[in-house]
Structure formats: structure tokens, C-alpha cells
Unconditional design. Structure first.
Lengths: 338, 482
């Protein structure tokens, strides 16, 4: 456990007025998200780590922003608990602060298991060195604006996340993954399962339709024979770990999100969220309808990352000015304009 | 209010304008009737264009605007502004679309919470958040307050069950937020708008998530001889890996009031009881019941009744749902509080509330969402007795401070409104409050939307701090006090 707040603060305040600003970094696993501004100096939260509080009976944990997701997994597993969402561990790495800032909840997203379901509160560092706390450690809390959840997907533009309080959940009694070879009818087969009770992940990877179910042991006894009768085989969880951790990242250039019934183009490197999330090498291979984000090293340096309308863009620019009036954190990362 | 503004309102189309005092009285407060005041004018738009024209007019004239749904809020969030327009969204009652396949419904802000569940019931679906006022409260108000309810311990708050919003900004612009599977790669504005108490924009459409009705449901009533034992049993249930669909607690006074009112079959000799709702598949429900009964026995419940039939469950819930009016039968007035604390402190905080009850000489009935640690102490008083209202308010403020002391919050689901605005100074420091004001200005530069609610000014906190010095620490010490 290491509280590095003083070290981080000292570094922040020691620079000259003409300092170019900071690029916030945890374990350097999310570099593929957003514009990389080469002028910024790296501000590492890597060693600001550790579990601050953990109340297994409350299903609540508070950890420092630089805590590795794997360390959180380990602490929770000792009490048969887990994080609610599937935060990616890219190259096996990732911190909780990075997970919140990236806003990626992985295969569990369409099944009401997103970061926004877990996050209860956090502490943010401002350019002045001041640490400000928002939210708290209770599930029901409507005092003040929900500034904590505003940080989800913000790519750190509002400031470094010093600590995070979140709700966790018991590990289900049973989890099972199932696969069958993908074919021309894969999308229909996939979406046929969308209302299955206990479904917690559904995608296409490596030429296989993959499904994940979880729940109680008695549910397993019903689900297994039904999937077997449909031609599925039970497999290990590796495929879902790969979907979560984006193990195919080096091969993809674009992320696409859109209506799950949009026909497959045949160029998908991976499909998640019952068809609502797809990865492609080239933008031209992705359906035109829906949202596109550049993930490839060249595309993200040349294409806009923030994918919102003009009014929302203006709101976000003004919010950035409230949290970070000097514009010292992650300038340009989300939008080249702030 | 500037001369000519009301005349300008009268020239508008698609709106009803109310200025007669007798009619204005219907809008003088929300569910928190202790705080009231007549609005200058009430406007009821019948179309979105009418609403937009109104918002633009108010913006142009610099007139405050308070949006109101059904007026069931409990914190004074919809209390009128003395120089402002109160805009009622009551006519926006259309369910725009129901997408059974994707389990979504789009509704206008004036649709009641229960109407959504009723509209989708035939498809085996329901809208999960269920505040106790669900028969009357509107979805727009639910978003503004981020409402909870009995079942949010498992199914989440409004925030977790809304997938998209259309919001009218004070500029008159309408923006869409959400409406997609996930909010990846953009700051979560959808979350920011939830619980923002009508301060950032006017909700004009809501897309809600619909949840499949569970295959099987059971309710267990567990009776305890001691409040602290019941409180500890709550934590034990979660510690054993169970997440009930609802977990409510009532103390002796609440049990007796409810039983006398609706005869739900509650144990009159109990000091406290828990109502635990379990749901799941037909295959798993029996095992969930068995596990819960084992925990309850181990934790000291002297009686546990299981109801699986719809009728039996409804009977058990009837007492809980009638608890507030039941308490109203045994006291001329009551004041409902809404703090949340970590569950592990339930026993201690309830004991401290008992001590405060003795100190203030006012009875208190506890009936609350124990699974979330969301307390609803009902302070009993008689407003006709001089000083009792003030004593009840002071007692309530102490309860909220107690919640903060134990790592909780001043409001779990009712909102800050006007009621708890001073306690915001206790929960948040200046830096956080300054950011809240900044966020407000981003959306509403002139500060016209519901001004004076939810977020106190720093000078107000300085004045409040002077009255409430906690353990010798002066809050907001750098501010001058006059």
C-alpha cells in the first residue's frame, strides 16, 4: 500500500508557469485511447496504489487510483466477490483509475454490469494540488451533482482520479461459457439469446459464437442441456477474457458501436455486446450507421475521438474549464479543442 | 418579476397561464408541505414547442423557472420561486414507444412511474425503480431526483434504469444524451443529469430500461426481540452472498402503527422486523428461501414467515407500504428524513437516533430501506404546539449530521431541495461546492433553473457553519462571518 499523494502533488506544483501540461498515466495500458499529445509530460499514478478500505459485508471497496485491477481481483476473490463490470486488462495491465477514465465495462456492459453501476464516489486532484471528494461509500446518495460518474469515459481530462469507492458483488455460484462455430447466420443466432436468463456475455471471436451464462447451480442444470441441444459446447472462460482484455488489439484500427441487428460485414475482428460492439481493421469495413472510434496508432492521431454533437461538445469544453481551469491535464486527449 | 413578462406569457400559444391566487395555491409546495410559497405564475405547456417558447422567454427576461412533475417530491425541490415561473409538465403524459424486443420504452416526462410498468406488464416486463409515490410521481421527477424505492437494492436506482434522456437547456436547445448501449468514450452526462434536481435542464423525454418480471418471488417476514439484532441480520444476509430484491426494516412503533391500520399480520411483540423479498427462477427460489431462513435463524430471528403466493406477499407488503400514513394516524404531524449510512452502522445509528428522540422529547418511528442503509426516521410532532416544528426540524438536522458522521449521506433518494441545503455544507467542502456551482453555470449561465435549491452558496454555508460548530471545528474557516 502506498499513498503517493504528496509526491504527486509536489511534482504537480514544482513546475514553471510555461509547463506544457500533464499526461496522466497508470500502468500505460490505455495508450490506445484518444489523441496522444507528445508535448505533455507524463504524470504517473502507478505507485499511488492499494486497498484503502474493504467491507465485504457491505459489498463496498475503496482503492487508490493506481491500484492494479489484478490486485483488486485478488482482494475480492478472498471473499468470493468480484467487480461488477468487466474492466479490460490490456496486456494484463490496468488500474482502477484507468478503468474509470476509459469507461470500458467489457462484455458485461449490455447486462446492467457497467462501471456506472459500480462507482459510488471518488477523489479528484485539481491542477492547484487540491484533492476534492465527490460521492461517497453508500449506494443511495443523491446529495450534490453526480460528478463521480462524470469521470467515467472522460479520459482524465478533468484530473487524475486519486481513489475510487465502488460496489462489488458476490461471485455467482456458477459461470459457464459455451461456443459454436460462427456461420452466415451468426448474428441471428447470437441475438436469439438476448433474452436468456443468466446471459452475461455474448459475442463472436476466433470464428466462434461465444456465450457466457451465470447464476446458481440449479440454473446451470437447465442451461447446459438446452445449449447442448442447440449445438453449443462448453468451453473455458478464455474467450471472454480475450474479449474483455482486447487481446486482439494490435490487429484493430476501429471500434464500432451501433444497433446490434446491423448486418455483419464479414470483416469483423471481434464482436461483443450481442452484436452492438464490433472491432475492425479499417473504418471502411465498419457499418456507416453507428459510432466509430479510432483505436489504431495512426487513426487516433489524425481522427477525432470524441463522438458527440456540437452542443454536448460545448458543454464538455466548459466542464473541462470548471474542473481544470489551467488546462493542465490530458489536453487534447478526448477532443483536440480542450 | 419584470413588468410585461406575464403579458408576454399570455400572448403565447400552446400554454395555459395561471395567475389566480386560488389556483396558484395548488402549486405552493411539493410533498414537503412545511416549506411553501406562492409562485408568481404557473404555466402548463401542452406541446414541446410551447415549453421551448416558455424557456426561451424566461431566459430572455431573466426570470427563474422551476419545473414540476406531480409535486410528490419530499425535499422542497419543486417549491416555487417567489419571483419565478412554475412550469408544470403534467400534460406531457404520452408513452411515446415501447420496444419489447430491446426492452426499452420512451416516455414523456409527465408519465407516472407506475404507468410505465402497467403499460408493459402484458409483455412480462416492468420498470424496476419503485418509489413509494409511484402511483403519482412522474418519470421526469424520478430522473431529477434519481429516485430509488424498495427494489433498488437489487435493481438499481433511476440512473441504472434510464438509457437515454432528452433535455431542454435554458437556451431552449434540446439535446439527446445516451440512447445507446453504453456511454463508452464520453464523460457520463447521463449520470450527471440524474439527481440534478431540475437545476441543469428540463427533462423532455426519458428512455427507460424494462426488466423481465421474475419467474418466482417470495417474501419473508422475520421478527426480532432487539433492534440491533435485526440490524446486524441485514449485514449477515449480504455477507452470505445473497442480494435480495428488497430488504426493509420496521421498528416497534412503525410495526404497531401499520398493524393497527391495515392488519397485515405483523408481530406486535417484536422490537423490529425485516421484510425480505427474494426473486429468481422457479428452480432457484426454494434454495434462496432456505439459505435466507438459515441466516435469519442464526442471527436471532424468533419468527420467520414465508409467503410465496401473490396474495400473501401483497398482504405483507401492505403494512410496509401503509407505514407512513399509519404513522400519520398516531401523530398530528410527522417529518420524514432520508439519510443513508453504511449498513454496518445500522444498529449504532438507530440507537443514537433513539437517544436523540429522548433528548428532543419527540417520538420517532423507523421504517426504511435497510438493504441500502437508507434510513427514513419519521419524527412525530404536533405543528399546533408552539416550537414543535422547529424542534422536529432540529432533530432531523441532527439525524442527517449523524449520517455524515458515520460515513453516509444526507439524502439517499429524496434529494436536497430546500430542506437539506444547510446540511450540504456539512457533507461537502468549499472546493466541491464551488465545482457544483461551476457545473450549474455550464448548463445554466444565468442561474435561472430552480435557483437556490440543492447547492448552497458558500456564504450561506459560512452562516450555517457559525451556528453548527462540530467538535470545535469551524466549517469554511476562510470565509468572513457577519
Amino acid at each position: 500500500m502506498a499513498n503517493q499523494l504528496d509526491v504527486i502533488r509536489e511534482r504537480l506544483l514544482s513546475v514553471e508557469a510555461d509547463h506544457p501540461g500533464w499526461s496522466i498515466q497508470g500502468r500505460a495500458s490505455k495508450g490506445f485511447l484518444g489523441f496522444e499529445n507528445p508535448e505533455l509530460e507524463r504524470l504517473s499514478l502507478n505507485h499511488h496504489e492499494g486497498v484503502i478500505d474493504y467491507w465485504p459485508d457491505e459489498l463496498i471497496i475503496r482503492v487508490r487510483g493506481g491500484t492494479a485491477l489484478s490486485d483488486i481481483d485478488q482482494a475480492l476473490k478472498a471473499n468470493r466477490q468480484r467487480m461488477i463490470f468487466d474492466a479490460p486488462r490490456v496486456n494484463g495491465q490496468g488500474t482502477i483509475g484507468g478503468a474509470v477514465a476509459a469507461g470500458l465495462s467489457g462484455p458485461s456492459s449490455p447486462f446492467n454490469r457497467q462501471i456506472r453501476h459500480a462507482l459510488l464516489g471518488l477523489q479528484l486532484l485539481r491542477g492547484t494540488g487540491e484533492a476534492v471528494r465527490f460521492g461517497g461509500e453508500v449506494v443511495k446518495n443523491v446529495a450534490g451533482y453526480d460528478v463521480s460518474r462524470l469521470q467515467i469515459g472522460a479520459l482524465g481530462i478533468f484530473g487524475p482520479i486519486l481513489d475510487v469507492s465502488m460496489k462489488v458483488e458476490p461471485i455467482p455460484e456458477w459461470q459457464g461459457a459455451f461456443a459454436m462455430p460462427a456461420d452466415e447466420d451468426s448474428l441471428r443466432r447470437l441475438t436469439n439469446h438476448k433474452h436468456d436468463r443468466g446471459l452475461s456475455g455474448a459475442g463472436i471471436l476466433g470464428g466462434q459464437i461465444v456465450l457466457r451464462f451465470e447464476g446458481s447451480g440449479v440454473n446451470a442444470d437447465q442451461i447446459r442441456p438446452r445449449l447442448k441441444s442447440l449445438g453449443y459446447e462448453e468451453i473455458s472462460m478464455d474467450m471472454f477474457t480475450a474479449l474483455r482484455d482486447l487481446t486482439f488489439l494490435p490487429t484493430i484500427g476501429w471500434r464500432w458501436e451501433g444497433p446490434r441487428e446491423t448486418p455483419l460485414s464479414g470483416h469483423e475482428i471481434a464482436v461483443d455486446w450481442l452484436g452492438g460492439l464490433r472491432y475492425f481493421a479499417e473504418q471502411a469495413d465498419a457499418p456507416a450507421e453507428g459510432k466509430h472510434w479510432p483505436y489504431g496508432p495512426d487513426a487516433r492521431q489524425t481522427c477525432s475521438f470524441l463522438n458527440v454533437g456540437t452542443v454536448q461538445h460545448g458543454i464538455l469544453a466548459r466542464l473541462k474549464a470548471i474542473f481544470d481551469p489551467q488546462g493542465v491535464f490530458n489536453a487534447g486527449r478526448l477532443s483536440r479543442e480542450f | 418579476m419584470k413588468d410585461g413578462f406575464i403579458s408576454a406569457l399570455h400572448r403565447m400559444t400552446d400554454v395555459e397561464v395561471i395567475t389566480e391566487t386560488t389556483r396558484l395555491r395548488s402549486y405552493e409546495s411539493d410533498g414537503l408541505s412545511a416549506i411553501k410559497g406562492l409562485p408568481k405564475v404557473v404555466v402548463i405547456p401542452s406541446t414541446m414547442l410551447g415549453l421551448q417558447a416558455l424557456v426561451r422567454l424566461a431566459s430572455e427576461w431573466g426570470v427563474p423557472l422551476v419545473a414540476r412533475g406531480a409535486g410528490t417530491g419530499l425535499s422542497g425541490g419543486a417549491t416555487p420561486h417567489p419571483d419565478g415561473v412554475l412550469v408544470s409538465l403534467a400534460k406531457f403524459r404520452e408513452i411515446v414507444s415501447i420496444d419489447v424486443e430491446n426492452r426499452r420504452a420512451r416516455v414523456q416526462p409527465g408519465v407516472t412511474n407506475l404507468a410505465i410498468s402497467e403499460a408493459v406488464s402484458e409483455h412480462g416486463l416492468f420498470y424496476a425503480p419503485d418509489p413509494s409515490s409511484q402511483i403519482a410521481c412522474t418519470i421526469g421527477g424520478n430522473v431529477a431526483e434519481n429516485s430509488g424505492g424498495v427494489h433498488c437494492v437489487k435493481y438499481g436506482l433511476t440512473l441504472h434504469n434510464v438509457t437515454g434522456l432528452e433535455v431542454m437547456l435554458m437556451s431552449g436547445e434540446r439535446i439527446s444524451i445516451g440512447y445507446e448501449e453504453s456511454s463508452s468514450h464520453q464523460p457520463d452526462l447521463l449520470a450527471l443529469l440524474h439527481g440534478s434536481e431540475g437545476m441543469l435542464g428540463v427533462i423532455t423525454e426519458v428512455e427507460v430500461l424494462l426488466t423481465p418480471k421474475p419467474e418466482a418471488v417470495a417474501v419473508i417476514l422475520a421478527a426480532f426481540r432487539e433492534v440491533s439484532v435485526a440490524a446486524d441480520a441485514v449485514g449477515a444476509i449480504f455477507a452470505d452472498g445473497l442480494v435480495p430484491a428488497g430488504l426493509e426494516m420496521m421498528d416497534r412503533l412503525a410495526i404497531q402503527a401499520a398493524e393497527a391500520f391495515v392488519h397485515a399480520g405483523y408481530p406486535l411483540d417484536a422490537e423490529a422486523m425485516l421484510l425480505i423479498e427474494l426473486d429468481g427462477t422457479m428452480a432457484e427460489i426454494s434454495s434462496l428461501i432456505d439459505k435466507t431462513l438459515t441466516i435469519l435463524k442464526r442471527q436471532g430471528a424468533y419468527q420467520s414467515n414465508v409467503e410465496r403466493s401473490e396474495e400473501g406477499r401483497a398482504r405483507l407488503w401492505m403494512g410496509r407500504k401503509a407505514a407512513f400514513p399509519a404513522v400519520g394516524r398516531i401523530s398530528p404531524d410527522y417529518y420524514c428524513m432520508d439519510g443513508t449510512i453504511p449498513r454496518r452502522h445500522l444498529a449504532e445509528v438507530l440507537e443514537r437516533i433513539g437517544s436523540l428522540s429522548e433528548q428532543y422529547g419527540l417520538r420517532v418511528a423507523n421504517v426504511f430501506h435497510a438493504g441500502d442503509g437508507n434510513l427514513h426516521p419519521l419524527i412525530l410532532f404536533d405543528a399546533n404546539i408552539e416550537g414543535e416544528l422547529e424542534r422536529a426540524e432540529a432533530f432531523g438536522a441532527d439525524i442527517l449530521t449523524l449520517c455524515i458522521e458515520f460515513g453516509g449521506t444526507i439524502t439517499g433518494e429524496h434529494g436536497v431541495g430546500l430542506e437539506k441545503i444547510n446540511q450540504m455544507c456539512v457533507q461537502f467542502d468549499d472546493a466541491a461546492l464551488e465545482i457544483f456551482h461551476g457545473v450549474k453555470a455550464v448548463f445554466d449561465e444565468q442561474g435561472l433553473l430552480n435557483p437556490g435549491k440543492a447547492v448552497p452558496t458558500l456564504s450561506r454555508c459560512a452562516e450555517f457553519g457559525a451556528m453548527h460548530v462540530h467538535k470545535g471545528k469551524m466549517p469554511h474557516p476562510h470565509l468572513e462571518r457577519f
